[in-house]
Design a protein around this ligand. Sequence first.
Ligand code: FA5
Length: 342
Amino acid sequence: MQDEFLKLNQEVTDAVAQVTDLEALEKLRVEFLGRKGKMAELMKQMSGLSDEERRVVGVVANQVKGQIEGVFGEVEGRVHKAHEAQRAHEEWVDVTEPSIPPTRFGSLHPVTQVREELEDLFTSMGFLVLDGPELESDYYNFTAVNVPPAHPARDMQDTFYVGGQQNRVMRTHTSSMQVRAMKTHGVPLRMVSPGRCFRNEATDVRHEHTFHQLEGVVIDRGIHFGHLKGVLEAVAKHLYGEDTEVRLRPKFYPFVEPGVNGEVTCFLCKGKGCRLCKKTGWLEVFGAGMIHPNVLKEGGVDSSDYSGFAFGFGLTRLVMLKYGIDDIRHLEAGDLRFLKQF
Ligand code: FA5
């Protein structure tokens, strides 16, 4: 029987020498050392031996078992090491390799670009640039600019009413800054105030629920409509070139008298008429007029001494015109395929 154990020892040594992966090694372990394996089989046969023989064979059997377990341990260590080396090779990363440079840095949103361009233009003409709240009191958004509660003109600008103590609304226009500026800075006054506005709109190619306006107010002694026209034309020509045409037509706004609606030639059809300009050839980009005495009074300004004009550009529309964007909804959608073009 001793020979049988020694043969088994040799058999195991030969078999595991070929092994290259842990799975095959585990199979051999079961085959030789498992509960029903070859080693257990030989041990079982020892029960037929005499006590003397069993004592001698038992010593050999234990030695062989120890050796076989040792061989398995050794091979397991070797295979494991080879496996780790292979993985390290496959997953190797050269941390010293120079990184891939970014292909493009972010850029400013087109509305921000045009807003900054206009802020530069107006500051060069001596205007202040003011910032105002988007969540505004009902008073500054409507009542202060001559649109008292229940006035039909409130229907022109439906908004998102938030309520609360001051009856807050998401401001519908930057005209909410007119009386705020008069109260804070007094007269004479020259200011612009750009910012986001909100309306409860059925959106289409020209109308968004969230859009940008740029308000302008000039108040001094002797200010008249000619000054207003001069400023509006300067802005249009600055943005779109010297040959840009501006059309002014009377329009009712409760906070000005007289009031006008300002349009510039449609960029898409060059004035021929298309879906963007509703076949008129013109795009409405601002409202303007001489400030109503009631609004001056609300701002603490004596209308017998001072006069002024105000205008409100649809900043988002100006951006559409400048870049030839035929649907306003691209501008607030946050789609990178669109934004990366600017
Ligand atoms: C006003 O908002 C007045 N506050 C403008 C004003 C200021 C008049 C000072 C007189 C004196 P209006 O609702 O027409 O007016 O809007 C002005 C401009 O904002 C429009 O010409 C248009 O270019 C833009 N606008 C208005 N509603 C939207 C909208 N839903 N989406 C995008 N642009 C809009």
